[in-house]
Design a protein around this ligand. Structure first.
Ligand SMILES: NC(=O)c1ccc[n+]([C@@H]2O[C@H](COP(=O)([O-])OP(=O)(O)OC[C@H]3O[C@@H](n4cnc5c(N)ncnc54)[C@H](O)[C@@H]3O)[C@@H](O)[C@H]2O)c1
Length: 470
């Protein structure tokens, strides 16, 4: 098919590269010329493992990038993958969606039937809005010349290619039969893994070929739009829940790592999103929970569980900051080293991360801050220009003469560090591992005063609890 992806960010560039890999002629449109140039030079506009390789293999072959909408004229399916950031009142700002819809409307071809797909995370009812903008700008008739469908994206940054080629589920919300049939035909390649063996060298996930094939779930448009918000909010609630349990574990002397492992063995619960942290953050959960809450309030149907999860999450950011303040006493003039600025490893996405909240708390009480992140420093610096912090190219530089180290993001690089050398650099060997990710026994053995989150005093050693057969 002839595919167009509008937006070449974390969703658009991955979606475009994936359909191009599967043999569809795919053009990515972005108003940001730098991103278009990067793609045309065979490079990914974002840091995402494997994406550079895919783009360089397919650019000029089945993958193209432009900064104008003329290609919409030849498209069978147009994906909208532009950003939907929060407005001050929490609702989603649809200005980029509206501009994309206008661009599509101005270039839609009356001679063919085009499916417009909302892949961006958008509030319930946005498909109707997009449809009316396209109708106004094209003069064409909805359901005769074009139809808008919802196809929310569930990829995880850092694992985006794996998730796009091997999703758990594909959700399609369509009220138009012809559009539904075209989406089904387009996704057959992924559902049936057509040519995957031949292509597996490109996306390097052949070990997943034996896994269960994805569920292809068709529903109405509004339900599909709601599925995305309800899923993200549910995951946010799950993380807030285990973080609250972690805080109670500390008081009562239990170990949250063992508790989440024991809980996760129940298939009704599952072990994902049950890892302790300094709280959820990033470019999706904060804005998506804010939108769902704002909308629920407007319609007199407030979602109390999500409200509580948001409040609990803020408490978790503060809990981490307070833990260090209590431990190191006055932070005035002391230096704190931060490892990790992104909300998760394997991404350069530093939008709305917990690091910005926690660093501000330290700065407010006079601490000096040094930071390192393998990929996220450029974006973090651009988004937080007012923060007076030292950006270090090497974690060893962060450790130099610090009074405390805080690991916020569980990059593998930090597990692989030469911690003996790190120990030799620090002024005070205090280390807080907010992900319970490092080997605390080893760190204590070499002299660090290391602690995690949610580990009560009766169980200082973080040992690997085992499931034994009986
Ligand atoms: N990032 C994720 O992990 C993820 C996962 C699932 C869903 N989503 C959703 O997908 C959407 C996109 O997220 P993202 O992280 O890829 O955003 P992003 O900010 O990384 O990318 C958006 C891109 O769209 C471009 N753009 C904006 N307006 C445009 C226009 N009118 N025409 C052409 N290009 C335009 C921007 O220049 C930018 O490159 C959001 O709604 C987000 O909630 C994101």
């Amino acid at each position: 098919m002839n595919i167009v992806c509008i937006g070449s960010g974390y969703v658009g560039s991955v979606t475009g590269a994936a359909f191009a890999t599967l043999g569809h002629r795919t053009t990515v449109i972005d108003i940001d010329r730098k991103k278009v140039e990067l793609i045309n030079s065979g490079k990914s506009p974002i840091y995402e493992p494997g994406l550079d390789e895919l783009i360089s293999s397919y650019i000029g072959n089945t993958l193209f990038a432009v900064d104008h909408y003329e290609v919409v004229r030849e498209a069978d399916v147009v994906f909208i993958g532009v950003g939907t950031p929060s407005k001050p009142d929490g609702t989603a700002d649809l200005k980029y969606i509206k501009l994309a819809a206008q661009g599509i409307g101005k270039h839609l071809n009356a001679e063919r039937f085009t499916v417009i797909v909302n892949k961006s995370t958008v509030p319930v009812g946005t498909a109707d809005l997009v449809s009316s903008i396209i109708e106004e700008n094209s003069g064409l008739i909805p359901n005769e010349h074009f139809a808008v469908v919802s196809n929310p994206e569930f990829l995880r940054e850092g694992y985006a290619l794996e998730d796009v080629f091997f999703p758990d589920r594909i959700v399609i919300g369509a009220d138009n039969e012809r559009a539904r049939a075209m989406m089904s035909a387009l996704y057959q390649g992924i559902v049936q893994r057509e040519n995957y063996f031949e292509k597996s060298a490109d996306f390097q996930f052949d070990y997943k070929l034996d896994n269960k094939k994805p569920d292809y779930f068709e529903t109405d448009i509004k339900s599909a739009e709601m599925i995305k918000y309800a899923s993200n909010a549910f995951l946010a609630v799950k993380i807030s829940y285990i973080n609250e349990i972690a805080r109670l574990c500390e008081v009562l002397g239990a170990d949250v790592t063992a508790v989440s492992k024991g809980m996760g063995l129940d298939s009704r619960i599952g072990n994902k999103f049950l890892q302790v942290s300094s709280g959820w953050s990033g470019s999706c959960f904060p804005k998506d929970t804010a939108e769902l809450l704002a909308t629920s309030r407007k319609y007199g149907c407030e979602l109390g569980v999500i409200e509580a999860a948001v409040q609990s999450n803020l408490q978790m950011h503060n809990f981490v900051a307070d833990k260090i303040k209590r431990r190191l006493k006055s932070l005035n003039g002391k230096t704190i080293g931060i490892l990790g600025l992104t909300f998760k490893p394997n991404t350069d996405d530093a939008r709305n991360t917990q690091a910005s909240v926690i660093i501000r708390e330290f700065a407010e009480v006079g601490a000096r801050i040094k930071v390192h992140d393998p990929q996220g420093m450029t974006m973090f610096r651009a988004l937080n220009p007012e923060l007076d912090i030292a950006y270090c190219d090497d974690p060893l530089e962060v450790a130099e003469q610090v009074d405390g180290l805080v690991l916020l993001t569980h990059w593998q690089e930090y597990a692989d560090l030469d911690w003996k050398e790190m120990f030799n650099k620090v002024r005070t060997p205090y280390l807080l591992d907010t992900r319970n990710f490092l080997d605390h026994s080893y760190l204590r053995e070499i002299g660090f005063d290391a602690e995690g989150l949610g580990v009560g005093s009766s169980k200082q050693e973080s040992r690997a609890d085992k499931t034994v057969a009986v």
